[in-house]
Design a protein around this ligand. Structure first.
Ligand SMILES: Cc1cc2nc3c(=O)[nH]c(=O)nc-3n(C[C@H](O)[C@H](O)[C@H](O)COP(=O)(O)OP(=O)(O)OC[C@H]3O[C@@H](n4cnc5c(N)ncnc54)[C@H](O)[C@@H]3O)c2cc1C
Length: 387
C-alpha cells in the first residue's frame, strides 16, 4: 500500500494548479456575472492549455491525449474543479473517453478533432420522460435500408451548443427477459447540421454559470450505418465500458471545490474577530473545520482508491457509487459550512463561496442521483441474499 504521490503526479498537480490559478481564476468573476463564456476567450485559454500539455489529458497517448492513469487524472481533475466549471470544461476539455470506442474512421472523424481542440463532444441519453430510468427512453432509431432514422427528444444535454456532434443513445428494439420486455439501446454519432437534427436552448440552471444544457430534437433524422458507435443494441455496454470513471471525475472536481472553500474558511476563522478574539477560537466554529477536513479526507481517499481499482480492473459498481456519493455529499456539507463560518460575507459574490454552494447542488443529481448511487450500493449488499 502506497499513499504518497509520485514525482510525476506531484508535478502534474503543481502544473495544473498553477494553470488554473493563472489562466482560469482571473476570468471567473466575468463568467459568473454575465453567465456567458466568450468563445474568443475560450480559444485563447485553449491554446495555452494545449501548449502546457493539459488538454485532453484523459485520452490515451496513442490517440493523441495526455495518457494519464486514472488516479493521476483524478488528481488533475481535482485541480481543474477548483475553477468555474464552464471555463475549465470548455477551455481545458477532456473529451469523453467513449470516443476511444469508435472504429479508426470514427476516431479520426470525431475523437481527433476533439483532442486537437477543434470541436467538442456531447452525450445525449436523458429525455423528459427518462432520467434515472434511462432504459425507459422513447426516442427511437429505426433501420431503413442501410440507414437509420432517428426520432424523439433528449433534454438536459450539456455543451450541445458548442459541440460539433452528439453521441446519442436511442431505443432500437426490445427483447423478452424473465422480468418482462427490455428496451435495446444503440449509440450513434449525429453531426450538427444533419437534416432533421435540431439543437434548441435548454433551461437556465442555478449551478455552473456560463455552461449550458440543450434540448435535442430528432425529426426523421437520417444517418448512415457507419455512425453506429459500438455494436447495434449494445449502447449501454459501450457506455458502461468507456464511461465507467466519469462518476469519479465528478467526485474529483468536488474535492477541488471543497478544498478551495475550506482554505477560505480556515483563513477567515483565524482572522475574523468577534467578542475580542478570532472566531476560530470558538468551538462552534473550530469543530466545523475539523468535520470539514475529516469529510474531505475521507472523500479524497475513496475517490483515489476507486480510481486505482478502476485501473486494476477490480472496481465494482458499488466502489464507484460510494466514491461519487461521498464526494458530492461532502461538497454540499463543506460549501454550506464555509458560508456559515463566513456569516453574511459568505453569501456575497466577492468570495467564491456562494458560487461553490450553488455549483455543489448539481453534483448530487447528474451522473446518477445520490438516491441511485445508494440504490447501487444497497443492491450490491443485498442481491446475493435474494433480497
Ligand atoms: C444541468 C444538467 C446537465 C445534464 N447533462 C446531461 C448530459 O449531458 N447528458 C445526459 O444524457 N443527461 C444529462 N443530465 C441528466 C441527468 O443525468 C439527470 O438529470 C439525472 O440522471 C436524474 O434524472 P432526472 O432529472 O430525470 O430525475 P428523475 O429520474 O426523475 O428523479 C427524480 C427524483 O426521483 C429519485 N429517483 C428516481 N428513481 C429512483 C429510484 N429507483 N430509487 C430512489 N429514488 C429514485 C431521484 O433520485 C430524484 O431524487 C443533466 C442534468 C442536468 C440537471
Amino acid at each position: 500500500m502506497q499513499f504518497g504521490l509520485s514525482e510525476e503526479q506531484a508535478m502534474i498537480v503543481e502544473t495544473t494548479r498553477a494553470f488554473v490559478e493563472k489562466e482560469l481564476y482571473p476570468y471567473e468573476a466575468e463568467v459568473e456575472r454575465t453567465g456567458h463564456l466568450d468563445i474568443e476567450l475560450v480559444r485563447e485559454i485553449q491554446k495555452k492549455a494545449i501548449a502546457a500539455g493539459l488538454y485532453a489529458a484523459n485520452i490515451p497517448e496513442e490517440f493523441g491525449g495526455g495518457g494519464l492513469d486514472t488516479p493521476t487524472w483524478l488528481l488533475y481533475e481535482k485541480e481543474l474543479g477548483k475553477a468555474n466549471y464552464a471555463l475549465h470544461w470548455t477551455a481545458v476539455a477532456r473529451p469523453s473517453n467513449i470516443l476511444c470506442a469508435g472504429t479508426p474512421e470514427q476516431r479520426s472523424r470525431y475523437l481527433d478533432p476533439c483532442v486537437r481542440g477543434e470541436t467538442w463532444d456531447c452525450l445525449a441519453m436523458t429525455e423528459p420522460g427518462a432520467g434515472s430510468d434511462l432504459r425507459g427512453m422513447k426516442a427511437t432509431a429505426k433501420q431503413d435500408g442501410s440507414d437509420w432514422v432517428l426520432n424523439g427528444t433528449k433534454h438536459f444535454i450539456s455543451h450541445a451548443d458548442i459541440a460539433g456532434f452528439a453521441i446519442c443513445f436511442m431505443a432500437t428494439g426490445e427483447e423478452d427477459t424473465p422480468r418482462g420486455k427490455k428496451k435495446l439501446i444503440t449509440a450513434f454519432f449525429v453531426d450538427k447540421g444533419t437534416p432533421g437534427f435540431a439543437v434548441r436552448d435548454g433551461y437556465s440552471n442555478v449551478s455552473h454559470r456560463g455552461y449550458t444544457n440543450a434540448i435535442l430534437e430528432f425529426d426523421n433524422c437520417r444517418i448512415p450505418a457507419e455512425n453506429v458507435l459500438g455494436e447495434v443494441h449494445k449502447g449501454f455496454e459501450v457506455a458502461n465500458t468507456w464511461l465507467g470513471a466519469t462518476r469519479l471525475q465528478v467526485g474529483a472536481t468536488c474535492l477541488g471545490r471543497a478544498e478551495r472553500a475550506f482554505a477560505h474558511s480556515v483563513e477567515w476563522a483565524a482572522t475574523r474577530e468577534q467578542f475580542g478574539q478570532p472566531i476560530g477560537k470558538f468551538q462552534g466554529v473550530s469543530f466545523k473545520l475539523a468535520d470539514m477536513a475529516t469529510e474531505m479526507k475521507a472523500a479524497e481517499l475513496m475517490i483515489l482508491e476507486a480510481g486505482w481499482k478502476f485501473d486494476q480492473g477490480t472496481a465494482s459498481d458499488a466502489d464507484m457509487a460510494m466514491a461519487k456519493l461521498k464526494a458530492t455529499e461532502m461538497l454540499a456539507m463543506v460549501a454550506d459550512e464555509a458560508i456559515q463560518i463566513h456569516g453574511g460575507m459568505g453569501l456575497m459574490s466577492e468570495l467564491p463561496l456562494e458560487r461553490i454552494w450553488r455549483d455543489a447542488r448539481i453534483e448530487r443529481i447528474w451522473e446518477g442521483t445520490s438516491e441511485i448511487q445508494r440504490h447501487i450500493i444497497s443492491r450490491s449488499l443485498l442481491r446475493s441474499f435474494g433480497a
